[in-house]
Each structure stands twice: as structure tokens, then as C-alpha cells.
Design a protein around this ligand. Structure first.
Ligand code: SF4
Ligand code: SF4
Ligand code: SF4
Length: 249
């Protein structure tokens, strides 16, 4: 058994916007790249182009089609990595102390030198956020890019997790969720951010912003035809504007 800190000075974590995530997997690739080249042993890949590819990924994106009670089906892309829980069962279950939560910023890490690969932490995590690296024989998980966020050799704008830095949709945000005035805390308050499976009692630090209600057109707007009128009919609409603009070139 491994103890958790009684409290942490900060609660660093991610806020992930399910409304704007487009499921591009850029965050998955950026995570894999950074964490293969830097903290700990490389993230393995075996038989990458063969019949049974296997790999270790600290961040995965799942895609679902869901139908709200009153509405049309929507596709939701759901990125998932460690949520750096306040009451992390993956830490308390660890027999060697390899899994630990940092008192200074709340990040949950694995000390690979002390990990015996027993897998108990993976069983204890209700989110499936840990990955046993089959090649290295040690447990891997999201580190919140602890080797980027404090790294003074990087430009200030790069001192955030690789997934956040790379997301082209601006769907990922990083900051101190223990500070009610931080940008991420205000975002969570404004958008009604939620915990993943709060009934598990793990008190995840990461938050999700739920998809917003979609507008649905029942009929095309009346002025849509005018918008598309060719320029020969009074130089109206968007196409007319485009024609005039191109004529000047
Ligand atoms: S990079 Fe951003 S938009 Fe793309 S899958 Fe990840 S969170 Fe979603
Ligand atoms: S998400 Fe899972 S691995 Fe991460 S801190 Fe919570 S219980 Fe541990
Ligand atoms: S696999 Fe490693 S980190 Fe996980 S419980 Fe066992 S010793 Fe601890």
C-alpha cells in the first residue's frame, strides 16, 4: 500500500472540450512522440505493420455515436488519459511505492525503477488509464508531460503538455484546477464541466466540457437562394461578390 498526500498545493490537470474535439488523434500522436523520446523508457510498439500490432499509448481517443433523448444522433469524440485523481486508487494499491501522487502539484506518476509490473494499479483504475508496457515490463501512464511543463530549456509557449500544445481544435486546456481563478477553472464553471464517472469516488482532477446543443435546420433559410444567385442577375449574393472580386485580379 502506498499513501496519498493529505493535500496538494496545486491540482494540475486537463480540461477537454467534447464539443470541439474533432477526433483527429493529433494529441495521441504528439503524446506518443514526446513520451517515447523523453520521460522514462520508450513507449513500445510491436508488429506495427503486421497482423497483430500492439502498442503503448498514454492518451487514446474513442468515438461514439449517441442519440440524446430529444434530438438527432451526434458523434462524440472522447479523448481519455489519466485524470490525476485526488483519491487515486492506483496509488494506494501499489505494493512498492512506485505509484505516487506529488504533493506539490497533484500529478500522479510511476517511478519505473520501483515498478515490479504486477499490474494491480491497472486493475484499480476505473478508467483504464494505465498501460502495461509489454516490452519494458513496467506500468506507463500520462505524466502531464512533467518534463515539459517545468522545462526552462523550452520556449514558454511550449511548457504545456504535448497534447495540449498540438491540438488543432483548441479542445484541450491545461492549468491549475485547484485555483478557482485560473483560466481552466473559469472555463469549467462557465461551461458546466463534469467529472468522469464521479460515482467511482476517485475525485478526478481532469474535467470534461459536455457537447453543446446543436442547431438543426428544418428548412433552408428563405434567403439562401439569393445568396447563391449568379452575378448575371443583379450582381447579388455571395457568388456575385466572388465574381466581382475575381474580376479585379
Ligand atoms: S488533438 Fe484535439 S481535436 Fe484532435 S483528437 Fe485530440 S483533443 Fe480532439
Ligand atoms: S485516472 Fe486511473 S491511473 Fe489516473 S490517477 Fe485516476 S485511478 Fe490513477
Ligand atoms: S504495476 Fe508497478 S506501479 Fe502498478 S501497482 Fe504494480 S508495482 Fe505499482
Amino acid at each position: 500500500m502506498t499513501d496519498l498526500p493529505a493535500k496538494t498545493d496545486r491540482k494540475l490537470g486537463l480540461v477537454i472540450d467534447l464539443d470541439t474535439c474533432v477526433g483527429c488523434h493529433a494529441c495521441v500522436v504528439a503524446c506518443k512522440g514526446w513520451n517515447t523520446e523523453n520521460y522514462g523508457t520508450a513507449l513500445s510498439d510491436t508488429d506495427a505493420y503486421g497482423a497483430a500490432p500492439e502498442g503503448t499509448f498514454l492518451n487514446r481517443v474513442h468515438t461514439y455515436e449517441v442519440t440524446p433523448p430529444q434530438g438527432a444522433p451526434v458523434v462524440v469524440h472522447f479523448p481519455k488519459s489519466c485524470l490525476h485523481c485526488e483519491d487515486a486508487p492506483c496509488v494506494t494499491v501499489c505494493p512498492t511505492g512506485a505509484s505516487y501522487k506529488r504533493a506539490e502539484d497533484g500529478i500522479v506518476l510511476v517511478n519505473e525503477e520501483d515498478c515490479i509490473g504486477c499490474g494491480l494499479c491497472a486493475w484499480a483504475c476505473p478508467y483504464g488509464a494505465r498501460e502495461m508496457d509489454a516490452v519494458a515490463g513496467v506500468m506507463k501512464k500520462c505524466t502531464l508531460c512533467v518534463d515539459r511543463i517545468y522545462n526552462e530549456n523550452l520556449a514558454p509557449e511550449d511548457r504545456e503538455p504535448a497534447c495540449v500544445r498540438t491540438c488543432p481544435a483548441g479542445a484541450r486546456h491545461f492549468g491549475d484546477l485547484g485555483d478557482p481563478d485560473s483560466a481552466v477553472s473559469r472555463l469549467v464553471a462557465d461551461r458546466g464541466g463534469i467529472d468522469l464517472m464521479p460515482e467511482q469516488g476517485t475525485k478526478p482532477v481532469n474535467k470534461y466540457l459536455p457537447p453543446r446543443r446543436r442547431d438543426h435546420l428544418t428548412a433552408p433559410p428563405e434567403n439562401l437562394a439569393a445568396l447563391c444567385e449568379p452575378s448575371t442577375q443583379g450582381l447579388g449574393g455571395f457568388l456575385g461578390w466572388l465574381d466581382r472580386t475575381l474580376e479585379k485580379l
